[in-house]
Design a protein around this ligand. Structure first.
Ligand code: DC
Length: 226
């Protein structure tokens, strides 16, 4: 039986993607990165000349896209309409673009429908901003993963330096703070913990330590499923 559904929400660079991936691998579950979908919409909109604030045009564009997720080793690859966009969407520009396009109802409605379809079979770890509140409100385990802004900025900075990119810590910290504010204060599906979410602060935890806490919670919620 693999019907357990795990929702992990939290702000940018809280470690939720890495933790969700580790948990999914350990349980043999599918990992679904919903942020990658919003990032892909931002990328496709830019390419097609659709402004990130044009709600109706963005909705039409989003409804026409098809997404596929696959693992190649440790790496999650995201294909949009058959094209591997995994590298192209992991830029600060597309992070901001994703936050901008995600404010619009027509975009969210279209992506939430896809995400619910992926989640309804169970055996899934899904991460994002509104998974526990909107996409999968019936998830057996909801985790809201947080971490102090300075620690999240340090993690993002290290990630970019590891990729060989030139990045200023202060600029990263400011951009993260601005994006969080936008995600937390938007009118539709803002970033807030679900009432029944477990709040996990990963500031002083390693990624492995935080993943171990989530696994323990999963096992205590539905021992027969995991
Ligand atoms: O997790 P991420 O950094 O890849 O997400 C990029 C942006 O996409 C984030 O700033 C807000 C938006 N997003 C959202 O609104 N809802 C989700 N479920 C996932 C991401």
């Amino acid at each position: 039986m693999s019907s357990l559904t795990i929702a992990i929400d939290g702000p940018g660079s809280s470690g939720k993607g890495t933790i969700a991936k580790l948990v999914a691998r350990e349980l043999g579950f599918q990992y679904i990165d919903t942020g990658a979908m919003y990032r892909s919409v931002a990328l496709m909109a830019k390419r097609r000349g659709v402004a990130w604030d044009d709600a109706e045009a963005l909705g039409a564009l989003t409804r026409g896209l098809s997404f596929t997720f696959a693992f190649s080793g440790e790496q999650l690859t995201v294909h949009v309409d058959g094209e591997d966009v995994s590298g192209l969407i992991r830029t600060p520009e597309m992070g901001q673009g994703a936050s901008d396009v995600s404010k619009h109802g027509p975009v969210r409605e279209s992506l939430v429908a896809v995400q619910r379809g992926l989640g309804e079979m169970g055996g899934v770890v899904m991460d994002g901003r509104d998974i526990g509140t909107v996409v999968l409100p019936g998830a057996e385990l909801k985790v809201f993963l947080d971490a102090a802004l300075d620690e999240r900025a340090r993690r993002r900075h290290r990630e970019l330096l590891d990729k060989g990119e030139d990045a200023s810590y202060d600029a990263i910290r400011d951009a993260l703070a601005a994006r969080d504010h936008q995600d937390r204060t938007r009118a539709i599906a803002p970033l807030v913990p679900a009432d029944d979410a477990v709040i996990l602060d990963s500031t002083d935890l390693t990624i492995e330590g935080a993943a171990a806490v989530v696994l323990e919670l999963a096992r205590s919620r539905a021992p027969q499923a995991v």
